[in-house]
Structures are given as C-alpha cells and as structure tokens.
Design a protein around this ligand. Structure first.
Ligand SMILES: [Zn+2]
Length: 301
C-alpha cells in the first residue's frame, strides 16, 4: 500500500529521537507553519505511516536548524495533532497508533501541547502549567505493551524533570508577565478525562477532591504511552478555563474568550524552541522506568 484511505502518502517511519504531539493549544493554526520561527522547517506534511495497529495519518516531519539545538547540529522531530487524528471523528485509539510510530522511530523525548482547565483557585486563566503527576482512573485502554505482563511500567516521574526544566526556562522567556509559569517543581497534578465533552461541575469537584489541580483531556494516554515506549514526556499546557468558570450559568461558556487565540501562537513557539533545546542522546532515568519482568511471570501459565 502506498496511499492511506484519504489519499495520504504512506512513508517508511523515519528514525528520530524527538516528537511533538500538538493539541488544543495549537488549535486553528497550521503548526508549525503559522509560527514564524526561523530555523524550523517542515520536511513532510500530510503523510501516513503503517503500524501493527493500523494506518495513522496527518503526520509532519520537522527539522530544527543547528542554531536552535544544544549541540549545534540539526535535528528532526515527528509531529502529530492528537485531537484531529483522524480529522473527521473522535477516535481515542489514535494515540496507540501514534505511539507505535514513535516507538518504531526510536523516539526518546516527547513534548505534548494542550489546553487545560483549573481545578485549583490559585491557578488562573492564562497560566502556563507543567504538572508533575497525573490522575488517570482507568489507565489507558490502548496499551502498546507487547506480550502478557512482559513489562513493568512505573508510575513514578511520569513527567520528565530535565525536559520540564528546559520547557519552563523557555516559557519564562516568552510568557506574558501578567500570567504565571508553573514548573514541575510546583508539584501540580493533572487529572485526565477523555474529551471532547468539557468537565461538568460535579466532575470538577470530584477531581479536585481527588487532589488534582488541573484537568486535561489528552495527557494520560500520551504520558502512559510515552512510558510504555521508554521515552521522556513533558506537557506544554496553558489554562483556558478557570475554576469558577465551571460554575457560571449554563449559557456562559466555560472557556474564556480570546485566551486560546491570544496564547496559542506563544505556546506553539515555546513548544518548538524547547523541543529543539532538549538533550539529545543523553540517558534519563525515565528511560529505565519501563523494565522487563522475569520470564517466569509470562511463560509459566
Ligand atoms: Zn526523562
């Protein structure tokens, strides 16, 4: 097969150790084409890949100029818009196919962009948040782990502290002074609930009582599957709904007007600059938090 169902060219999966997952933080724009950032090139767009879980479409292959990278050498990144894959209907299993591509590519570091709602009164609309932990009540139903209990995946350090440091330093250079940048050292917790429906007031109270500070509709499959492929993961997110916005009258939108449009170009730039600046080739503790089980556990049945 050389073309996907919607006519996209099916490519061989390129080898690269870097990936960007885009989402609601980049909604309504061509990412990265609409961000005028010298040194970022789009080598491929609208290409598809075959995986053992099916064909996955709408990929881009980006290249960062050596001027943007820590070692002065150009680097490539795979890029997929997770809320629009496929483009015409919601399919939560898209993440399994996407991360099968990233595993095959040899990806070791992933930046995932999204918008979030605040479940904590201290976190305001417009704030940039790198949470430290997640609450995913069901775990991902779309695991990529091969075999029967062949691997053990730790839930610790689900967000990579060294990637988060690069991202927070980048965000602090660009983010408006009227809002805050919360780094991973703030220890904030993101609850996950699959979208597209936004969070109900009762769910806001429930997740808040469970200890979550923000709500995110895409982070859990991304973070969990990153762990399953042995990659570092860092979320790049900003707040579009404040805590009290969930409790306003039904006719008032929970999403504050103009916030997405105002901050998404900035968040996109931060994601690109930080991704280019992430370490390359260096081992990280995240890479060893997926470990093989002793053979007896899956061979003796
Ligand atoms: Zn890491």
């Amino acid at each position: 097969m050389t073309q996907s169902q919607s006519g996209q060219r099916i490519m061989a999966i390129p080898k690269t150790e870097l990936a960007l997952i885009t989402g609601s933080a980049n909604w309504g724009m061509r990412f990265p084409e609409d961000i005028t950032l010298p040194g970022v090139s789009v080598l491929e767009r609208d290409v598809a890949f075959e995986t053992s879980h099916g064909v996955t479409e709408n990929w881009k292959l980006l290249e960062f100029d050596g001027a943007m990278t820590p070692d002065g050498r150009p680097r490539r990144a795979l890029c997929m818009y997770s809320h629009g894959n496929p483009r015409d209907w919601i399919d939560h299993s898209c993440h399994r196919r996407a991360f099968a591509v990233l595993a095959e590519a040899g990806v070791r570091r992933i930046v995932a962009s999204s918008t979030i709602g605040a479940l904590n009164r201290a976190i305001r609309v417009g704030d940039f948040v790198i949470n430290a932990d997640i609450i995913e009540l069901t775990q991902t139903p779309y695991s990529l782990l091969p075999g029967r209990q062949r691997f053990d995946c730790s839930g610790k350090q689900i967000v990579c502290p060294s990637c988060a440091d690069v991202l927070s330093q980048t965000a602090r250079r660009h983010w408006p002074a009227t809002a805050r940048v919360y780094g991973v050292d703030s220890g904030l917790v993101a609850a996950h609930a699959y979208g597209p429906r936004l969070t109900t007031p009762a769910e806001v109270i429930a997740y808040r009582n469970l200890g979550a500070d923000i709500i995110n509709h895409s982070i859990a499959p991304e973070a969990t599957l990153a762990r399953e492929i042995g990659a570092c993961f860092v979320p790049c997110a900003f707040v579009t709904a404040g805590f009290s916005d969930y409790f306003r009258p039904a006719g008032v939108s929970v999403l504050q007007e103009g916030v997405l449009e105002g901050l998404s170009p900035l968040a996109s730039r931060v994601a690109l600059e930080a991704a280019a600046a992430l370490p390359r080739g260096e081992p990280c503790l995240c890479h060893s938090l997926k470990s093989e089980q002793p053979p007896d556990r899956y061979l003796r049945v």
